[in-house]
Design a protein around this ligand. Structure first.
Ligand code: GTP
Length: 338
């Protein structure tokens, strides 16, 4: 469970608490030995960008590395829209992961331009890049992402979803081929859903980070605010319950995020969210017959937020039509995109 810091501040884990990551394979600190303190001159800390085309498993990897769900995931491509920082402190090393939106190569809308700018910003100034692809596959979209990397930043090839590769013998020739494409520092065939692979990857990343004092507290998980995590949680449920029917240009805006005094509950949060869609037809799709679908979206989002914020949550969700917002640069900005 997460401890919520003061309103608007970053989110941190309570010392000694087990994590609650997406799925059973999280690499949480739950089984780690009791932390000892490290003097600043003993500490190691650095930025690691997680980059790749849409849907290769970047957010799943980030959540597993952090040991807590920070970045939303879904089977639908292009779920991640923002640069999201996830923090993991293990022994003397603090890993600061930057999850990025999948680099968009197909459509050139204002939204996609903004997403690509986010990716470019994230990889410009890091100590290590994790370039994520699906094990055994390398498409034109992967090649386009790889072509953006500046020389000089060590890059690991993360061959993810290895559990889906049935003929393991085919991986060795594929890895040799990948070696010729780019001077990768290391090759890591793995599955973001396997706990041991995540632990191994943390060990591989650590030596690439410089010796310098940690940027964040040892128990911090992300630099994103609770309000931001609330909008992402509603957006995740929206995509989960609408599947491929709803265009990915739908978004969520948080209109109200307030803590209220409560005699009954330790913490009580009142949250109002608006789902913004492009057409009346999409609005009907989100609401569903008799309002059923919207109800499921709000209920699941509320339940997850109660765990995330460690609070009783009252959540209202509205749906509004704003046609053409994803093509309108000013609107894209007003909805919180960089
Ligand atoms: N079998 C298997 N599935 C995985 C693995 N890693 C991720 N997935 C699945 O792949 C899908 C996409 O994962 P995400 O983490 O949302 O991918 P992403 O790269 O962040 O996607 P974008 O937000 O579109 O950039 C989800 O259904 C994940 O459950 C893995 O190691 N094995």
């Amino acid at each position: 469970m997460l401890a919520a810091a003061k309103s608007g501040a970053s989110v941190a884990r309570l010392p000694g608490e087990a994590s609650d990551a997406d799925g059973p394979n999280d690499a949480a600190a739950a089984d780690a030995p009791p932390p000892r303190s490290y003097a600043p001159e003993e500490q190691r800390c650095g930025l690691i960008a997680i980059v790749g085309k849409p849907n290769v498993g970047k957010s799943t990897l980030m959540n597993a590395l952090v040991g807590q769900k920070i970045s939303i995931t879904s089977r639908k491509a292009q779920t991640t829209r923002h640069r999201i920082t996830g923090i993991r402190t293990r022994e003397e090393t603090q890993f600061v992961f930057v999850d990025t939106p999948g680099f968009q190569t197909k459509h050139s809308t204002a939204l996609n331009k903004s997403l690509n700018k986010t990716v470019m910003g994230a990889i410009g100034d890091v100590d290590l890049i994790l370039f994520v692809v699906e094990a055994g596959s390398f498409t034109l979209a992967d090649a386009k992402v790889l072509s953006l990397f500046k020389p000089g930043i060590p890059t690991l090839l993360i061959a993810n979803k290895l559990d889906r590769v049935h003929r393991r013998g085919e991986i060795a020739p594929w890895l040799r081929d990948m070696q010729e494409r780019h001077p990768f520092a290391e090759f890591v065939p793995m599955s973001a859903k396997k706990r041991d692979d995540i632990q191994r990857l943390l060990g591989i990343c650590a030596p690439y980070l410089p010796q310098q004092p940690w940027f964040y507290g040892a128990d911090e998980l992300t630099d994103r605010s609770e309000k931001f995590l609330a909008s992402e949680t509603v957006r995740e449920k929206l995509f989960r319950f609408t599947g491929d029917e709803l265009p990915y240009t739908s978004t969520v805006v948080i209109d109200k995020f307030e803590e209220e005094p409560s005699a009954q509950h330790g913490r009580f949060m009142r949250i109002a969210a608006t789902i913004v869609v492009e057409r009346d037809g999409h609005k009907a799709m989100v609401i569903g017959a008799g309002g059923e679908r919207l109800k499921m979206i709000s209920t699941e989002a509320r339940q997850e937020l109660e765990k995330l914020l460690n609070a009783k949550v009252f959540l209202e969700v509205w749906v509004k039509v704003r046609s053409g917002w994803a093509d309108d640069a000013a609107r894209v900005k007003s909805f919180g995109y960089e």
